[in-house]
Design a protein around this ligand. Structure first.
Ligand code: ZN
Length: 132
């Protein structure tokens, strides 16, 4: 049911500062940087093989990502797993008693997404993505 890790999202205070590590020191290539106003973030996409590292910088202090940064500091925000069939995956997780944020898929940038609550995944926010 899980195809691969699609991306790992890391929340940072300042993308330019983070690129000094992830691009310049680690040598990852920068795909592009995009501001997504609906999600209140600027994102740097760093493709790595079959997956991607995404650096998230909040652009609105009231957003969920900004609150996460204020509360927990910089670090891993979520891990995204690509699935074949999001409805089936959500139904199976719910049946297993895993705490979900989204019981129904919603539209994301690359397809339909749903989140598993960190309480249901040992402290990690998990995004499930069915690419379209
Ligand atoms: Zn994501």
């Amino acid at each position: 049911m899980i195809r691969r890790i699609d991306h790992v999202a890391i929340v940072v205070k300042d993308i330019e500062a983070a690129l000094k590590v992830y691009r310049d020191a680690l040598g990852l290539s920068l795909g592009h940087i995009q501001t997504i106003p609906e999600q209140d973030v600027k994102i740097a996409f760093l493709p790595t093989g079959d997956s991607e590292i995404e650096l998230l910088e909040p652009i609105n202090p009231d957003s969920g990502v900004a609150k996460f940064l204020a509360k927990r500091g910089e670090g891993v925000h979520h891990i995204c797993l690509e699935v074949d069939d999001l409805e089936t995956t959500l139904a199976e997780l719910a049946a297993s008693g895993v705490e979900l944020i989204d019981r129904e898929p919603r539209q994301g940038a690359y397809g339909r997404v749903a989140f598993i609550h960190p309480k249901g995944a040992h402290g990690v926010l998990i995004e499930l993505l069915e690419r379209t």
